[in-house]
Ligand binder design. Structure first.
Ligand code: MN
Length: 492
C-alpha cells in the first residue's frame, strides 16, 4: 500500500497543502519505523498507512490523517513527541499524545476494573478532542482486521475488549461503518461456531438475491424519476453479519423471518423528497403494518435519521427500504466524523466546536458528550461513583420523551419523571411537585415509556427532595443533584 492509496481513498478531495502535510508525516513515520515489522511480517508502516486510509475514508481532514500516520511513532520509535510537535505543530502532537495515552492502560486488577479504567480513559480523551478517539478506532479496526496473526489468548482478549468498549463507542459516535465491521470481526473470534453458521446462511441467501436487488433498484429508480423525484443514489446492501445473528437468535434462526437482510437505500436531495419517495414506494408496494419508522422527525438517540419501511416488493418478496438525504447518509455512515466535514472551519478544533459557546454545536447528539463532562465536574474526585454511573448512562439503551412543547429529552431506560425534570434543568428538578404523563397525573417514581409527553408541575420554591428518589432515579445528573440538596438541608 502507498500514500497514493490513502489520497485516493479520501471521501473528500484533499487540498495540495493537505497532501503535502500528510506526505511530510509519512516521510517521518516511514523513517522512524524503518526495519520494524508487524506480526504478519509486513513492514510496520503498512499499519499506519492502513490507519490513515480508514481516517481518509470516513472524511477526516489532513491533520487527523497525518496524526494517524504518526500515531505509533513516540511510543515505538526513537522519534519523540517533542519532535512531532516541532515539525507538525501542537494540534497534531496533541492528537498523537492522546492516542498514545489511550494505549497505556494497566492490565492489573479485575476485568471490571480494567474495563472501567479503559472506559475512563476513552471518555477523558473524548472530552479533550474527539478526534483522538476516532484515530484510536481506526487503529483498532486495522488491528482487528489483522488479529489472525496474534496468538489465540490475545485474540480473545482483544476481541472482547473491542466488543465491550470500542464498538459501543463507535456506535455512540454514530460511525455505523466502523461499528458494524468491528462487531463482525469480534464475532468471528468470540463465537467462531455461530459465526460460521451465520456466514453460511448469508452466503446462500445473499447470493440468491443479488440479481433481485439489481432488478429492484433499477425499477425504483425509473419509478422515482418518472414522478420527478431526483435520486442521488439507490443501492442495496446486506446486513452486517453480527447484527443479523442477533436478529436470527430472536427468530429461531429462521432466515425467512428476517425482513431486513437486504435493505434498499434511496438517497435523495431534500427532506421533502424523502417523504415523496416514501409515498411513491407505498403507492406501488403494500407496506407492512407497524414497520414504517420516521427517524427524520424522531431521530434515534445517536442522531440517526432516515425513513424506514418494509414493503411487499416485486414478486411479493419482503424488503426493507431506507430513505434519507445525502447529509443524513454521511452522518449515518461516518457519524461525528461527518459533522467535522459539515462544520469545519480551519482554525477550530473539535474541542472548540463541541464545548465553546457561540460556535456551532453540530447536533443534539453531541449533547451527551457535554453531559458526561458536566457530571464529571459535579461528582469531582469521586471516581468510582462517576465510573459506575457513567457505565450505566453510557451503555444502557436510551428512550426519548417529550416536553409539552415537543422538545426531545433523552433518558436511560426505566428513567422516572424525576430524572426527566432534572434533565430539563436542575431548577426544574429541585422544584418538582408532581408530573403528568400523556396528560394523566402519575407518581414521581413512574417509569417513562418511549415517546411519552411529560409535563412537570413545579412549586414556586425549591422543595426538599425525598430520600427514596435516590433509589428510583436512573440518571447520574438527578442523583448528584438530589444528594447535593439533601446535604444542604442538613446544614443548620
Ligand atoms: Mn497502532
Amino acid at each position: 500500500m502507498t500514500l497514493e492509496d490513502v489520497f485516493k481513498a479520501s471521501k473528500f478531495p484533499l487540498s495540495s497543502e493537505g497532501k503535502k502535510f500528510i506526505t511530510d508525516a509519512f516521510m517521518v513515520a516511514s523513517e522512524a519505523h524503518v526495519g520494524q515489522k508487524r506480526k504478519s511480517g509486513v513492514d510496520y508502516i503498512e499499519h499506519t498507512l492502513e490507519t490513515a486510509k480508514i481516517l481518509a475514508e470516513i472524511g477526516m481532514e489532513s491533520r487527523t490523517i497525518a496524526a494517524g500516520l504518526l500515531h505509533d511513532v513516540p511510543e515505538d520509535t526513537a522519534f519523540t513527541l517533542e519532535q512531532v510537535k516541532e515539525k507538525f505543530g501542537a494540534e497534531v502532537s496533541d492528537l498523537v499524545d492522546g492516542v498514545t495515552k489511550l494505549g497505556k492502560i494497566k492490565l492489573r486488577g479485575s476485568r471490571e476494573e480494567y474495563f472501567l479504567e479503559n472506559l475512563r480513559k476513552m471518555f477523558l480523551a473524548m472530552a479533550a478532542d474527539i478526534r483522538v478517539v476516532i484515530i484510536k478506532l481506526a487503529d483498532r479496526l486495522h488491528n482487528m482486521r489483522t488479529l489472525g496473526h496474534l496468538p489465540s489468548e490475545k485474540q480473545e482478549r482483544i476481541a472482547r475488549e473491542t466488543m465491550e468498549i470500542y464498538a459501543p463507542i463507535a456506535n455512540r459516535l454514530g460511525i455505523g461503518e466502523i461499528k458494524g465491521e468491528l462487531e463482525d470481526l469480534c464475532f468471528k473470534y468470540l463465537d467462531p461456531e455461530n459465526y460460521a453458521i451465520t456466514k453460511k446462511l448469508v452466503k446462500k441467501h445473499i447470493h440468491e438475491s443479488d440479481a433481485y436487488i439489481k432488478q429492484t433498484t433499477d425499477t425504483y429508480k425509473k419509478d422515482l424519476q418518472k414522478e420527478g423525484i431526483p435520486v442521488i443514489e439507490i443501492s442495496g446492501r446486506s446486513k452486517h453479519i453480527y447484527r443479523l445473528f442477533k436478529k436470527l437468535q430472536q427468530h429461531d434462526m429462521d432466515m425467512q423471518r428476517i425482513y431486513d437482510l437486504v435493505a434498499i437505500r434511496i438517497i435523495v436531495p431534500t427532506i421533502t423528497n424523502c417523504y415523496e419517495a416514501l409515498g411513491l414506494v407505498h403507492k406501488k408496494y403494500r407496506p407492512m403494518v407497524g414497520r414504517i419508522k420516521d427517524y427524520i422527525s424522531l431521530p434515534k438517540p445517536n442522531g440517526y435519521q432516515s425513513l424506514h419501511t418494509t414493503v411487499f416488493g416485486p414478486e411479493g418478496r419482503i424488503l426493507e427500504i431506507q430513505i434519507r438525504t445525502q447529509k443524513m447518509h454521511d452522518e449515518a455512515e461516518f457519524g461525528i466524523a461527518a459533522h467535522w466535514i459539515y462544520t469545519e472551519k480551519e482554525s477550530k478544533t473539535w474541542r472548540n466546536i463541541i464545548f465553546r459557546q457561540n460556535t456551532v454545536i453540530p447536533n443534539k447528539e453531541l449533547e451527551w458528550v457535554k453531559q458526561l463532562q458536566e457530571w464529571q465536574k459535579e461528582i469531582g474526585r469521586d471516581d468510582e461513583e462517576f465510573l459506575k454511573s457513567l457505565k450505566i448512562d453510557f451503555f444502557k439503551n436510551h428512550i426519548f420523551a417529550f416536553t409539552p412543547k415537543g422538545d426531545i429529552i433523552h433518558l436511560p431506560e426505566e428513567a422516572t419523571v424525576v430524572d426527566f425534570a432534572y434533565a430539563i434543568h436542575s431548577e426544574v428538578g429541585s422544584r418538582i411537585a408532581g408530573a403528568k404523563v400523556d396528560r394523566k397525573m402519575v407518581s414521581l417514581d413512574y417509569h417513562i415509556q418511549n415517546g411519552q409527553v411529560v409535563e412537570i408541575l413545579t412549586s414556586k420554591e425549591p422543595r426538599k427532595p425525598n430520600r427514596d428518589w435516590l433509589e428510583s432515579v436512573k440518571t447520574s445528573a438527578a442523583k448528584s443533584h438530589i444528594r447535593k440538596q439533601l446535604k444542604k438541608e442538613k446544614m443548620p
